[in-house]
Design a protein around this ligand. Structure first.
Ligand SMILES: CC(C)(COP(=O)(O)OP(=O)(O)OC[C@H]1O[C@@H](n2cnc3c(N)ncnc32)[C@H](O)[C@@H]1OP(=O)(O)O)[C@@H](O)C(=O)NCCC(=O)NCCS
Length: 199
């Protein structure tokens, strides 16, 4: 049963989407939340497409491997999500994503732990050789999360986006499987206490 699948961390857990999450997505689908200033603000879109995707997934067979999971913060509940995507027939360009919606939860280590659990899952579930993610120079928090997990800056597309009349660089981060495994062996893979487990 997909609902029993959990990636358990010390601060957060990752679990498959359930029907009641849709209401949270709809509640979060408002332009004034600070989260949208950081997650690709130049796209200027809303959660509409993601809500449709989640509904489609919920109506389907929901079978693993998962390409998105929900983030629950201990004693707080549903707080965001992680995603993975790759262009068609291009698995080596798989990219991960993460959003924690409420900014009051930022800078407490939740994102690093959640992303670490997700990275670990993706390397195994999709037998990845490498994993990347895209961000931008206006989001040093997301760059730092990756650095804490062992990602390095592999590419910088100079002035690749414009936000509020100012140009920023697009940043491509990457991590190789053997680099991740080496961190595992040293016990620092998830960026917190390395207790991530699948139950
Ligand atoms: C990005 C995000 C997932 C990170 O989660 P988080 O829980 O805030 O991250 P953590 O607390 O684990 O780590 C944040 C790190 O960034 C650092 N940081 C915060 N602001 C910073 C800044 N202006 N410059 C440099 N580092 C900064 C923190 O100090 C911390 O590093 P440290 O542990 O070395 O001190 C979360 O903030 C978020 O969802 N933001 C909005 C959406 C978003 O940006 N998504 C990613 C789109 S590419």
């Amino acid at each position: 049963m997909p609902s029993e699948f959990v990636l358990q961390g010390r601060l957060v857990r990752l679990r498959p989407t359930v029907d009641s999450d849709v209401a949270d997505y709809e509640r979060w689908n408002v332009p004034w939340l600070k989260v949208w200033q950081f997650d690709g603000p130049w796209y200027n879109d809303t959660l509409d497409r993601m809500i449709e995707k989640r509904k489609k997934w919920l109506a389907g067979d929901r079978r693993p491997p998962y390409r998105h999971l929900e983030i629950d913060v201990h004693e707080r509940g549903h707080a965001g999500w992680v995603t993975a995507s790759a262009p068609p027939n291009d698995p080596h360009m798989t990219e991960a994503g993460i959003d924690i919606v409420e900014d009051s939860l930022w800078n407490q280590g939740l994102g690093t732990e959640a992303f670490g659990l997700w990275v670990d899952y993706l390397f195994d579930a999709f037998r990845l050789t490498r994993l990347g993610y895209s961000t931008w120079s206006g989001n040093p928090r997301m760059i730092r999360v990756g650095e804490k997990l062992g990602f390095v800056i592999e590419g910088r597309i100079r002035r690749g986006c414009e936000v509020n009349g100012q140009f920023y660089d697009r940043i491509k981060m990457g991590l190789l499987r053997e680099e991740w495994r080496a961190r595992h062996d040293e016990g620092q893979a998830t960026g917190s206490d390395g207790t991530g487990q699948t139950t």
